[in-house]
Design a protein around this ligand. Structure first.
Ligand SMILES: [Zn+2]
Length: 100
């Protein structure tokens, strides 16, 4: 197989089905099944012609477009996780909820 930072979405599948097809649930977290054992590896998907962070796509599908300059972070601390309930909008790049 070709090594690639993300995966290509099969033609004709919705974003939701594409992600469901390639992901796996580990505890409360959701990871790409081809690197579920590397929870800190950000999950990318080639979608609409460019590699995109799955966490952002998932968040946007629920809440609308991610505001410019705002990161989507994971409460569980796993950068590769894209379980919707673990995702939250950070205040700025590199910022964390409850910054202190
Ligand atoms: Zn998680």
């Amino acid at each position: 197989m070709t090594e690639y930072r993300g995966i290509y979405a099969p033609r004709g599948l919705s974003l939701e089905k594409t992600i469901a097809f390639y992901s796996v649930k580990v505890g409360d977290c959701v990871f790409w099944r081809h690197h579920w054992d590397q929870p800190e590896r950000p999950a990318f998907l080639r979608w609409q012609g460019k590699p995109q962070l799955v966490s952002r796509l998932i968040w946007a599908s629920e809440h609308g477009p991610v505001p410019r300059g705002r990161p989507v972070l994971q409460e569980c601390g796993h950068r590769g996780c894209f379980a919707l309930k673990h995702l939250y909008l950070g205040t700025r790049k590199g910022g964390r909820k409850g910054n202190g």
